[in-house]
Write a protein that binds this ligand. Structure first.
Ligand code: SF4
Length: 105
């Protein structure tokens, strides 16, 4: 099962990227890097689990399809989220600010 937050359309903004595009998305309050959205490209994710090692609260496990689950990142710093995204070999983790600017990758 994917993230509980996968179907939160508000999270997708004007792009309206939906589950059909295989993008999971969670929202958060901005931290030191201004990250407000954490997205996971499920097509790109190959289940390496590097993100789980770097930010285990935000990325607690793989789902039954071998894709990373995104959890509510409350309590995970922006730096940890960035480290997790940078650790992903296929750049499946997308970090955005409140204006929709892509912080990473
Ligand atoms: S590091 Fe990237 S490829 Fe590996 S589980 Fe996390 S999101 Fe998927």
């Amino acid at each position: 099962m994917a993230s509980l937050f996968s179907y939160d359309k508000k999270c997708y903004g004007d792009n309206m990227k939906t589950r059909e595009n295989h993008i999971d998305c969670v929202e958060k309050e901005p931290g030191s890097l201004g990250i407000t959205k954490v997205k996971l490209d499920r097509n790109a994710c190959i289940g390496i689990s590097a993100c789980i090692a770097m930010a285990p609260h935000a990325f607690p496990a793989l789902d039954e399809e071998g894709k990373a689950i995104i959890n509510d990142p409350l309590g995970t710093s922006d730096e940890e989220l960035l480290s997790a995204a940078q650790s992903c070999p296929v750049k499946a983790i997308i970090l955005e600010d409140e204006k929709g600017n892509i912080i990473y990758p």
